[in-house]
Design a protein around this ligand. Sequence first.
Ligand code: HEC
Ligand code: HEC
Length: 387
Amino acid sequence: MKRSALRALAGGGLLSALLAAGLPGDDAGGRQPAAAGADWQWQLPPGVAPPPVPADNPMSRAKFELGRYLFYDKRLSGNGDISCASCHPQARAFSDGVALSIGAEGERALRNAQPLANAAWRRSYTWANYSLTTLERQMDGPLFRTDPVEMGINDGNLSTVLARLAADPHYQREFARAFPGQPRPLTLENIVKAIASFERGIVSFDSRYDRYRAGQTELSAAESRGLRLFRSEQGQCYRCHGSADFDDQMAGFSRDLPFHNIGLYNLDGKGGYPFPNRGALELSGKAADMGRFRSPSLRNVALTAPYMHDGSVATLEDAVRIHAEHGRRGGKAGDGRLNPWKDAAIDRIRLNRREQADIVAFLKTLSDDKLIHNPRLADPFAAKHGK
Ligand code: HEC
Ligand code: HEC
Protein backbone atom coordinates (compact mmCIF):
# COMPACT_ATOMS: atom_id res chain seq x y z
CA MET A 1 0.00 0.00 0.00
CA LYS A 2 1.26 3.48 -0.81
CA ARG A 3 2.25 5.55 2.17
CA SER A 4 0.18 8.50 1.03
CA ALA A 5 -2.90 6.29 0.68
CA LEU A 6 -2.34 4.76 4.07
CA ARG A 7 -2.03 8.17 5.59
CA ALA A 8 -5.25 9.27 3.98
CA LEU A 9 -7.04 6.16 5.22
CA ALA A 10 -5.69 6.51 8.70
CA GLY A 11 -7.08 10.00 9.05
CA GLY A 12 -5.56 12.00 11.84
CA GLY A 13 -4.81 9.19 14.27
CA LEU A 14 -1.70 7.68 15.71
CA LEU A 15 -1.09 5.68 12.58
CA SER A 16 -0.79 8.72 10.40
CA ALA A 17 1.64 10.23 12.86
CA LEU A 18 3.70 7.06 12.67
CA LEU A 19 3.55 6.96 8.90
CA ALA A 20 4.38 10.60 8.50
CA ALA A 21 7.63 9.86 10.28
CA GLY A 22 8.68 7.64 7.41
CA LEU A 23 9.45 4.09 6.47
CA PRO A 24 11.87 2.02 8.45
CA GLY A 25 15.23 3.08 7.19
CA ASP A 26 14.02 6.15 5.31
CA ASP A 27 16.67 8.67 6.04
CA ALA A 28 14.13 11.44 6.26
CA GLY A 29 15.31 13.26 9.34
CA GLY A 30 19.04 12.75 8.93
CA ARG A 31 21.10 10.71 11.38
CA GLN A 32 19.45 9.97 14.67
CA PRO A 33 20.87 8.19 17.67
CA ALA A 34 20.24 4.46 17.37
CA ALA A 35 19.38 3.82 20.99
CA ALA A 36 16.03 2.89 22.53
CA GLY A 37 14.14 2.27 19.33
CA ALA A 38 12.98 5.84 19.06
CA ASP A 39 13.89 5.95 15.40
CA TRP A 40 11.90 2.89 14.31
CA GLN A 41 8.52 3.33 12.64
CA TRP A 42 6.17 0.50 11.75
CA GLN A 43 4.40 0.82 8.43
CA LEU A 44 1.08 -0.91 8.93
CA PRO A 45 -2.38 -0.80 7.39
CA PRO A 46 -5.38 0.37 9.43
CA GLY A 47 -6.46 -2.24 11.94
CA VAL A 48 -3.04 -3.82 12.38
CA ALA A 49 -1.40 -2.91 15.69
CA PRO A 50 2.39 -2.98 15.99
CA PRO A 51 3.70 -6.36 17.13
CA PRO A 52 4.98 -7.05 20.62
CA VAL A 53 8.71 -6.36 20.94
CA PRO A 54 10.75 -7.60 23.93
CA ALA A 55 11.56 -4.80 26.38
CA ASP A 56 15.25 -5.69 26.27
CA ASN A 57 15.43 -5.57 22.49
CA PRO A 58 13.61 -2.49 21.23
CA MET A 59 13.57 -1.90 17.49
CA SER A 60 16.08 0.49 15.98
CA ARG A 61 17.20 1.17 12.45
CA ALA A 62 20.80 0.38 13.32
CA LYS A 63 19.91 -3.04 14.73
CA PHE A 64 17.60 -3.83 11.82
CA GLU A 65 20.34 -2.93 9.33
CA LEU A 66 23.02 -4.88 11.23
CA GLY A 67 20.63 -7.82 11.49
CA ARG A 68 20.16 -7.76 7.73
CA TYR A 69 23.89 -8.23 7.18
CA LEU A 70 24.06 -11.04 9.71
CA PHE A 71 20.99 -12.78 8.24
CA TYR A 72 22.71 -12.96 4.86
CA ASP A 73 26.24 -13.66 6.14
CA LYS A 74 27.65 -17.15 5.62
CA ARG A 75 30.44 -16.38 8.06
CA LEU A 76 27.77 -16.85 10.75
CA SER A 77 27.67 -20.62 10.14
CA GLY A 78 30.13 -23.07 11.69
CA ASN A 79 31.78 -23.98 8.40
CA GLY A 80 31.14 -20.68 6.62
CA ASP A 81 28.92 -22.30 4.00
CA ILE A 82 25.37 -21.13 4.70
CA SER A 83 23.41 -18.22 6.08
CA CYS A 84 19.89 -17.84 7.42
CA ALA A 85 18.94 -16.67 3.93
CA SER A 86 20.09 -19.98 2.41
CA CYS A 87 16.87 -21.48 3.77
CA HIS A 88 14.89 -18.24 3.93
CA PRO A 89 15.57 -16.38 0.65
CA GLN A 90 13.74 -13.13 -0.10
CA ALA A 91 12.68 -14.19 -3.61
CA ARG A 92 10.46 -16.88 -2.10
CA ALA A 93 9.06 -14.65 0.62
CA PHE A 94 11.77 -15.93 2.99
CA SER A 95 11.00 -19.63 2.61
CA ASP A 96 13.09 -21.90 0.43
CA GLY A 97 11.13 -23.81 -2.19
CA VAL A 98 12.22 -27.30 -1.18
CA ALA A 99 10.30 -29.79 0.93
CA LEU A 100 13.05 -30.14 3.53
CA SER A 101 15.94 -27.67 3.56
CA ILE A 102 19.58 -28.76 3.62
CA GLY A 103 21.76 -27.56 6.51
CA ALA A 104 25.46 -26.63 6.72
CA GLU A 105 26.56 -30.25 6.90
CA GLY A 106 24.30 -31.56 4.17
CA GLU A 107 21.63 -33.01 6.43
CA ARG A 108 17.95 -32.42 5.69
CA ALA A 109 15.90 -30.34 8.11
CA LEU A 110 12.99 -32.15 9.73
CA ARG A 111 10.37 -29.74 8.49
CA ASN A 112 9.57 -27.28 5.71
CA ALA A 113 11.31 -23.90 6.15
CA GLN A 114 8.72 -21.28 7.00
CA PRO A 115 8.31 -17.91 5.35
CA LEU A 116 9.35 -15.16 7.77
CA ALA A 117 7.16 -12.21 6.75
CA ASN A 118 5.09 -10.91 9.67
CA ALA A 119 6.82 -13.37 12.01
CA ALA A 120 6.86 -10.59 14.62
CA TRP A 121 3.14 -11.14 15.24
CA ARG A 122 3.26 -14.88 15.85
CA ARG A 123 2.56 -16.14 19.34
CA SER A 124 4.74 -19.21 18.92
CA TYR A 125 7.45 -20.13 16.46
CA THR A 126 8.09 -23.11 14.20
CA TRP A 127 5.45 -25.59 13.12
CA ALA A 128 4.34 -26.99 16.43
CA ASN A 129 6.62 -25.87 19.25
CA TYR A 130 4.37 -23.76 21.47
CA SER A 131 7.22 -23.19 23.95
CA LEU A 132 9.13 -20.94 21.52
CA THR A 133 7.45 -17.60 22.04
CA THR A 134 10.11 -15.10 20.94
CA LEU A 135 12.25 -14.79 17.83
CA GLU A 136 15.29 -14.49 20.09
CA ARG A 137 14.64 -17.91 21.64
CA GLN A 138 13.68 -19.47 18.33
CA MET A 139 17.16 -18.64 17.02
CA ASP A 140 18.84 -21.18 19.29
CA GLY A 141 17.40 -23.72 16.86
CA PRO A 142 19.02 -22.66 13.59
CA LEU A 143 22.26 -21.47 15.22
CA PHE A 144 23.06 -24.43 17.46
CA ARG A 145 20.83 -27.36 16.58
CA THR A 146 22.67 -30.63 16.03
CA ASP A 147 19.79 -32.95 15.10
CA PRO A 148 20.09 -32.09 12.21
CA VAL A 149 22.62 -29.26 11.88
CA GLU A 150 21.35 -25.96 10.40
CA MET A 151 23.96 -23.18 10.89
CA GLY A 152 26.26 -25.57 12.76
CA ILE A 153 27.64 -23.30 15.50
CA ASN A 154 28.83 -25.11 18.64
CA ASP A 155 31.02 -24.56 21.72
CA GLY A 156 34.04 -25.58 19.69
CA ASN A 157 33.65 -23.08 16.85
CA LEU A 158 31.71 -20.19 18.44
CA SER A 159 34.87 -18.18 19.15
CA THR A 160 36.03 -18.72 15.55
CA VAL A 161 32.68 -17.50 14.23
CA LEU A 162 32.81 -14.39 16.44
CA ALA A 163 36.44 -13.74 15.43
CA ARG A 164 35.49 -13.96 11.74
CA LEU A 165 32.87 -11.25 12.21
CA ALA A 166 35.16 -9.15 14.43
CA ALA A 167 37.81 -9.13 11.70
CA ASP A 168 35.42 -7.16 9.47
CA PRO A 169 35.64 -3.37 10.09
CA HIS A 170 32.02 -3.06 8.90
CA TYR A 171 30.86 -5.14 11.86
CA GLN A 172 33.19 -3.34 14.29
CA ARG A 173 31.49 -0.11 13.32
CA GLU A 174 27.91 -1.37 13.03
CA PHE A 175 27.80 -3.32 16.31
CA ALA A 176 29.04 -0.18 18.10
CA ARG A 177 26.31 1.85 16.38
CA ALA A 178 23.55 -0.67 17.11
CA PHE A 179 24.53 -1.25 20.74
CA PRO A 180 25.89 2.11 21.84
CA GLY A 181 27.67 2.36 25.18
CA GLN A 182 28.72 -1.28 25.31
CA PRO A 183 32.51 -1.74 25.57
CA ARG A 184 32.49 -5.02 23.56
CA PRO A 185 29.25 -5.12 21.60
CA LEU A 186 30.14 -7.98 19.23
CA THR A 187 28.60 -10.79 21.29
CA LEU A 188 26.39 -13.75 20.51
CA GLU A 189 23.56 -12.12 22.46
CA ASN A 190 23.76 -8.98 20.32
CA ILE A 191 23.94 -11.03 17.11
CA VAL A 192 20.68 -12.68 18.11
CA LYS A 193 19.09 -9.34 19.03
CA ALA A 194 20.08 -7.75 15.74
CA ILE A 195 18.81 -10.65 13.61
CA ALA A 196 15.54 -10.72 15.57
CA SER A 197 15.15 -6.99 14.89
CA PHE A 198 15.68 -7.60 11.18
CA GLU A 199 13.12 -10.41 11.23
CA ARG A 200 10.57 -8.16 12.97
CA GLY A 201 11.11 -5.64 10.20
CA ILE A 202 10.12 -8.16 7.48
CA VAL A 203 6.56 -6.96 7.14
CA SER A 204 4.13 -7.89 4.37
CA PHE A 205 0.86 -6.00 4.04
CA ASP A 206 1.18 -4.73 0.49
CA SER A 207 -0.35 -7.42 -1.71
CA ARG A 208 -3.02 -6.88 -4.35
CA TYR A 209 -5.51 -7.96 -1.69
CA ASP A 210 -4.33 -5.13 0.59
CA ARG A 211 -4.62 -2.63 -2.25
CA TYR A 212 -8.11 -3.93 -2.93
CA ARG A 213 -8.96 -3.41 0.76
CA ALA A 214 -7.65 0.12 0.50
CA GLY A 215 -9.93 0.76 -2.46
CA GLN A 216 -7.03 1.07 -4.89
CA THR A 217 -7.70 -1.88 -7.14
CA GLU A 218 -10.39 -4.41 -8.07
CA LEU A 219 -10.34 -8.15 -7.74
CA SER A 220 -11.38 -10.34 -10.68
CA ALA A 221 -14.71 -12.18 -10.47
CA ALA A 222 -12.98 -15.46 -9.56
CA GLU A 223 -10.81 -13.78 -6.92
CA SER A 224 -13.85 -12.09 -5.35
CA ARG A 225 -15.76 -15.36 -5.25
CA GLY A 226 -12.69 -16.98 -3.67
CA LEU A 227 -12.45 -14.29 -1.01
CA ARG A 228 -16.15 -14.70 -0.18
CA LEU A 229 -15.79 -18.46 0.09
CA PHE A 230 -12.64 -18.10 2.19
CA ARG A 231 -14.58 -16.08 4.74
CA SER A 232 -17.71 -18.22 4.64
CA GLU A 233 -19.08 -21.12 6.69
CA GLN A 234 -19.00 -23.09 3.48
CA GLY A 235 -15.23 -22.62 3.18
CA GLN A 236 -14.30 -22.47 6.89
CA CYS A 237 -10.85 -21.13 5.98
CA TYR A 238 -11.27 -17.99 8.07
CA ARG A 239 -11.47 -20.07 11.25
CA CYS A 240 -7.84 -21.04 11.15
CA HIS A 241 -6.41 -18.54 8.64
CA GLY A 242 -8.60 -15.57 9.56
CA SER A 243 -6.22 -13.00 11.07
CA ALA A 244 -4.77 -10.04 9.17
CA ASP A 245 -1.80 -12.35 8.61
CA PHE A 246 -4.07 -15.20 7.44
CA ASP A 247 -3.14 -17.46 10.34
CA ASP A 248 -4.68 -17.80 13.80
CA GLN A 249 -1.70 -16.57 15.75
CA MET A 250 -1.92 -12.84 15.48
CA ALA A 251 -2.69 -11.10 18.73
CA GLY A 252 -6.37 -10.23 18.97
CA PHE A 253 -7.37 -13.35 17.04
CA SER A 254 -7.44 -15.83 19.82
CA ARG A 255 -8.08 -19.51 20.11
CA ASP A 256 -7.32 -21.64 23.11
CA LEU A 257 -5.06 -24.08 21.37
CA PRO A 258 -4.08 -22.79 17.97
CA PHE A 259 -2.78 -26.10 16.58
CA HIS A 260 -4.80 -28.31 14.28
CA ASN A 261 -4.77 -31.73 12.72
CA ILE A 262 -6.07 -31.43 9.14
CA GLY A 263 -5.82 -35.13 8.29
CA LEU A 264 -2.61 -35.41 6.30
CA TYR A 265 -1.66 -38.83 7.71
CA ASN A 266 -3.19 -41.85 9.33
CA LEU A 267 -0.38 -44.35 9.36
CA ASP A 268 -1.82 -46.91 11.74
CA GLY A 269 -5.54 -46.35 11.36
CA LYS A 270 -5.46 -44.65 14.78
CA GLY A 271 -4.47 -41.28 13.43
CA GLY A 272 -0.67 -41.65 13.64
CA TYR A 273 1.66 -39.12 11.99
CA PRO A 274 5.29 -40.07 11.23
CA PHE A 275 7.90 -39.45 13.96
CA PRO A 276 9.37 -36.84 14.56
CA ASN A 277 6.61 -34.87 12.86
CA ARG A 278 3.68 -35.70 15.10
CA GLY A 279 2.99 -32.02 15.75
CA ALA A 280 2.35 -30.58 19.20
CA LEU A 281 2.47 -34.12 20.60
CA GLU A 282 6.28 -34.12 20.23
CA LEU A 283 6.42 -31.58 23.04
CA SER A 284 3.28 -32.26 25.07
CA GLY A 285 3.26 -36.05 24.88
CA LYS A 286 -0.56 -35.87 24.80
CA ALA A 287 -2.37 -38.20 22.42
CA ALA A 288 -4.88 -35.52 21.44
CA ASP A 289 -2.03 -33.38 20.10
CA MET A 290 -1.23 -35.95 17.42
CA GLY A 291 -0.75 -34.25 14.06
CA ARG A 292 -1.61 -30.80 15.38
CA PHE A 293 0.38 -28.08 13.65
CA ARG A 294 0.23 -24.31 13.55
CA SER A 295 -1.99 -22.88 10.79
CA PRO A 296 0.56 -21.27 8.51
CA SER A 297 0.13 -17.67 7.42
CA LEU A 298 -1.24 -17.68 3.87
CA ARG A 299 0.37 -14.38 2.94
CA ASN A 300 2.61 -14.92 -0.10
CA VAL A 301 1.46 -18.53 -0.19
CA ALA A 302 1.73 -18.69 -4.00
CA LEU A 303 5.48 -18.10 -3.56
CA THR A 304 6.15 -20.66 -0.84
CA ALA A 305 5.52 -24.10 -2.36
CA PRO A 306 5.86 -26.90 -1.41
CA TYR A 307 3.34 -26.91 1.41
CA MET A 308 2.54 -28.28 4.87
CA HIS A 309 4.88 -28.94 7.79
CA ASP A 310 6.91 -31.49 5.85
CA GLY A 311 6.63 -30.00 2.37
CA SER A 312 4.73 -33.10 1.28
CA VAL A 313 2.14 -31.23 -0.82
CA ALA A 314 3.50 -29.84 -4.08
CA THR A 315 0.93 -27.31 -5.26
CA LEU A 316 -1.50 -24.76 -3.91
CA GLU A 317 -4.31 -26.55 -5.74
CA ASP A 318 -3.46 -29.77 -3.89
CA ALA A 319 -3.19 -27.98 -0.53
CA VAL A 320 -6.70 -26.57 -0.94
CA ARG A 321 -8.10 -29.82 -2.34
CA ILE A 322 -6.82 -31.81 0.65
CA HIS A 323 -8.73 -29.49 2.99
CA ALA A 324 -11.83 -29.75 0.78
CA GLU A 325 -11.65 -33.55 0.72
CA HIS A 326 -11.46 -33.55 4.54
CA GLY A 327 -7.96 -34.99 4.60
CA ARG A 328 -5.38 -36.64 2.37
CA ARG A 329 -6.58 -39.87 0.82
CA GLY A 330 -4.88 -43.20 0.98
CA GLY A 331 -1.44 -44.18 -0.22
CA LYS A 332 1.52 -44.70 2.07
CA ALA A 333 0.35 -41.91 4.33
CA GLY A 334 -2.80 -43.83 5.24
CA ASP A 335 -6.30 -42.40 4.91
CA GLY A 336 -6.06 -38.99 6.58
CA ARG A 337 -9.78 -38.43 6.04
CA LEU A 338 -10.41 -40.95 8.80
CA ASN A 339 -7.94 -39.43 11.26
CA PRO A 340 -9.73 -39.36 14.65
CA TRP A 341 -7.73 -36.33 15.85
CA LYS A 342 -8.76 -34.16 12.90
CA ASP A 343 -10.21 -30.70 13.62
CA ALA A 344 -13.99 -30.73 13.13
CA ALA A 345 -13.85 -27.54 11.03
CA ILE A 346 -12.10 -29.47 8.25
CA ASP A 347 -15.10 -31.81 7.92
CA ARG A 348 -17.46 -28.85 7.59
CA ILE A 349 -15.74 -27.57 4.43
CA ARG A 350 -18.04 -27.84 1.38
CA LEU A 351 -16.24 -26.78 -1.78
CA ASN A 352 -16.57 -28.19 -5.27
CA ARG A 353 -13.71 -28.09 -7.79
CA ARG A 354 -14.73 -24.76 -9.26
CA GLU A 355 -14.98 -23.19 -5.80
CA GLN A 356 -11.59 -24.58 -4.87
CA ALA A 357 -10.16 -22.95 -8.01
CA ASP A 358 -11.75 -19.64 -6.98
CA ILE A 359 -10.09 -19.88 -3.58
CA VAL A 360 -6.73 -20.57 -5.23
CA ALA A 361 -7.25 -17.48 -7.41
CA PHE A 362 -7.94 -15.47 -4.28
CA LEU A 363 -4.89 -16.87 -2.45
CA LYS A 364 -2.71 -15.68 -5.32
CA THR A 365 -3.74 -12.09 -4.58
CA LEU A 366 -1.85 -12.38 -1.28
CA SER A 367 1.56 -12.22 -2.99
CA ASP A 368 3.47 -9.09 -2.04
CA ASP A 369 5.73 -8.09 -4.89
CA LYS A 370 7.29 -5.28 -2.93
CA LEU A 371 8.31 -7.67 -0.17
CA ILE A 372 10.35 -9.82 -2.50
CA HIS A 373 11.93 -6.85 -4.27
CA ASN A 374 12.40 -4.47 -1.36
CA PRO A 375 16.09 -3.45 -1.34
CA ARG A 376 15.87 -2.83 2.43
CA LEU A 377 15.33 -6.56 2.93
CA ALA A 378 17.74 -7.71 0.23
CA ASP A 379 21.10 -9.45 0.40
CA PRO A 380 23.65 -6.68 1.06
CA PHE A 381 26.50 -8.89 -0.15
CA ALA A 382 24.83 -9.48 -3.53
CA ALA A 383 24.46 -5.72 -3.96
CA LYS A 384 28.16 -5.26 -3.26
CA HIS A 385 29.01 -7.66 -6.02
CA GLY A 386 27.01 -5.56 -8.44
CA LYS A 387 24.09 -7.99 -8.87
C1 HEC B 1 19.04 -25.45 6.97
C2 HEC B 1 17.93 -24.55 6.72
C3 HEC B 1 17.68 -23.42 7.69
C4 HEC B 1 18.56 -22.45 8.08
C5 HEC B 1 20.03 -22.30 7.73
C6 HEC B 1 17.79 -21.55 8.91
N1 HEC B 1 16.50 -21.95 8.98
FE1 HEC B 1 14.98 -21.02 9.91
N2 HEC B 1 13.74 -22.57 9.57
C7 HEC B 1 14.10 -23.71 8.89
C8 HEC B 1 13.10 -24.72 9.07
C9 HEC B 1 13.14 -26.13 8.50
C10 HEC B 1 12.09 -24.16 9.90
C11 HEC B 1 10.87 -24.86 10.47
C12 HEC B 1 11.35 -25.48 11.77
C13 HEC B 1 10.37 -26.35 12.52
O1 HEC B 1 9.18 -26.19 12.40
O2 HEC B 1 10.84 -27.19 13.27
C14 HEC B 1 12.55 -22.81 10.18
C15 HEC B 1 11.82 -21.90 10.95
C16 HEC B 1 12.27 -20.64 11.26
C17 HEC B 1 11.51 -19.65 11.99
C18 HEC B 1 10.10 -19.81 12.51
C19 HEC B 1 9.15 -19.04 11.65
C20 HEC B 1 7.73 -19.15 12.12
O3 HEC B 1 6.84 -18.68 11.42
O4 HEC B 1 7.49 -19.71 13.21
C21 HEC B 1 12.30 -18.55 12.11
C22 HEC B 1 11.93 -17.25 12.78
C23 HEC B 1 13.56 -18.85 11.47
N3 HEC B 1 13.51 -20.12 10.96
C24 HEC B 1 14.63 -17.99 11.45
C25 HEC B 1 15.92 -18.38 11.05
C26 HEC B 1 17.12 -17.59 11.29
C27 HEC B 1 17.16 -16.24 11.98
C28 HEC B 1 18.17 -18.29 10.78
C29 HEC B 1 19.64 -17.95 10.84
C30 HEC B 1 20.17 -17.74 12.17
C31 HEC B 1 17.59 -19.50 10.19
N4 HEC B 1 16.24 -19.52 10.39
C32 HEC B 1 18.34 -20.43 9.52
C33 HEC B 1 15.24 -23.87 8.13
C34 HEC B 1 16.39 -23.10 8.27
C1 HEC C 1 -9.02 -26.36 11.36
C2 HEC C 1 -8.14 -25.33 10.91
C3 HEC C 1 -7.97 -25.09 9.43
C4 HEC C 1 -8.96 -24.78 8.51
C5 HEC C 1 -10.45 -24.68 8.74
C6 HEC C 1 -8.26 -24.55 7.27
N1 HEC C 1 -6.91 -24.73 7.43
FE1 HEC C 1 -5.50 -24.54 6.02
N2 HEC C 1 -4.11 -25.29 7.28
C7 HEC C 1 -4.32 -25.56 8.61
C8 HEC C 1 -3.13 -26.17 9.17
C9 HEC C 1 -2.95 -26.62 10.60
C10 HEC C 1 -2.21 -26.29 8.12
C11 HEC C 1 -0.83 -26.96 8.19
C12 HEC C 1 -1.04 -28.46 8.33
C13 HEC C 1 0.22 -29.29 8.36
O1 HEC C 1 1.26 -28.86 7.90
O2 HEC C 1 0.14 -30.42 8.85
C14 HEC C 1 -2.85 -25.67 6.94
C15 HEC C 1 -2.24 -25.52 5.71
C16 HEC C 1 -2.79 -24.81 4.68
C17 HEC C 1 -2.10 -24.49 3.45
C18 HEC C 1 -0.63 -24.77 3.16
C19 HEC C 1 0.16 -23.55 3.51
C20 HEC C 1 1.64 -23.76 3.69
O3 HEC C 1 2.35 -22.76 3.71
O4 HEC C 1 2.09 -24.89 3.84
C21 HEC C 1 -3.00 -23.83 2.66
C22 HEC C 1 -2.75 -23.27 1.27
C23 HEC C 1 -4.24 -23.74 3.39
N3 HEC C 1 -4.06 -24.33 4.61
C24 HEC C 1 -5.39 -23.16 2.91
C25 HEC C 1 -6.62 -23.30 3.52
C26 HEC C 1 -7.88 -22.97 2.88
C27 HEC C 1 -8.01 -22.39 1.50
C28 HEC C 1 -8.88 -23.28 3.76
C29 HEC C 1 -10.38 -23.22 3.55
C30 HEC C 1 -10.84 -24.04 2.46
C31 HEC C 1 -8.22 -23.78 4.96
N4 HEC C 1 -6.87 -23.79 4.77
C32 HEC C 1 -8.89 -24.19 6.10
C33 HEC C 1 -5.46 -25.32 9.31
C34 HEC C 1 -6.70 -25.07 8.73
